[in-house]
Design a protein around this ligand. Structure first.
Ligand code: BGC
Length: 249
């Protein structure tokens, strides 16, 4: 098996890519990114992915593509923060045609969770861990004893009559210009609801906000342990590469 693999993470505002040492979970060189084209259609995204891949160190084998959708039998089934043209699209096949290499297509929060549970904040954790990524939406991934239950869409759990992510994502913090205290109060309510339903042992808070964890930690509370993601905004890329490595024949 190759140990240098390419991971790509598509988000609502940017597409990130990096070469990853899948034996250590470390990035080889820089994480690079480009704005997500608008409208974020499959056709518009593929040239961006091709140019990002061309700028990275050489990798081999499969490519991992983490994507902000439910992915079932290789096809996107939802499109909350990307163009609806993605629904029904086989993302691995598109990447295979674009980069001329086989690919693996998975949900972005699932990818981030794979990285954190294998090499980051959740390494060796037993019991139930919930990975949360705060960005344009809220991504969630459920793990029990390190095993993933894929496609958990708890960012769409109803809170105050709306999707939780429309009330408590990092994007909402920016758009509504919420201070840390107001936003963390919302996150606390969300964690409380998640805890009441799933009784996790650990919450891992991810997305770029995890780099500010020390600032807002005193305001956070939940009935389970809370840790910041170790890979912050890199987790999706690293996890996508790990998923690609796991699926190598
Ligand atoms: C999508 C999820 C995704 C999350 C984070 C949500 O809107 O429904 O599939 O994981 O955003 O990108």
């Amino acid at each position: 098996m190759t140990d240098k693999m390419l991971g790509i993470d598509v988000g609502g505002s940017s597409i990130k890519a990096g070469a990853v040492d899948v034996g250590t979970g470390k990035l080889l060189g820089e994480l690079i990114f480009a704005p997500t084209p608008q409208p974020a259609t499959p056709a518009a995204m593929m040239p961006v992915i091709a140019s990002l891949a061309a700028r990275l160190p050489e990798t081999a084998g499969r490519v991992g593509l983490a994507f902000p959708s439910v992915v079932k039998q290789g096809r996107a089934r939802t499109a909350a923060n990307v163009d609806h043209a993605w629904i029904g699209t086989d993302g691995a096949e598109l990447v295979r045609r674009t980069l001329d290499r086989p690919a693996v297509f998975l949900n972005d929060a699932d990818a981030a969770g794979l990285a954190e549970l294998r090499f980051g904040a959740g390494r060796g954790v037993r019991g139930t861990a919930i990975m949360l990524t705060f960005g344009t939406g809220i991504g969630t991934a459920l793990f029990t004893d390190g095993y993933l239950f894929p496609n958990a869409e708890l960012g769409h759990m109803e809170l105050n009559g709306m999707d939780a992510e429309k009330w408590a994502s990092a994007h909402v913090k920016t758009v509504e210009d919420l201070d840390w205290r107001t936003w963390i109060e919302r996150v606390n309510v969300y964690l409380e609801r998640l805890h009441a339903m799933l009784w996790p042992d650990l919450f891992i808070l991810g997305g770029a906000i995890s780099e500010r964890f020390a600032d807002f930690e005193p305001l956070l509370h939940a009935a389970a342990e809370i840790r910041p993601a170790q890979f912050a905004g890199q987790a999706g890329v690293i996890g996508a590469a790990l998923a690609a490595a796991q699926s190598e024949p």
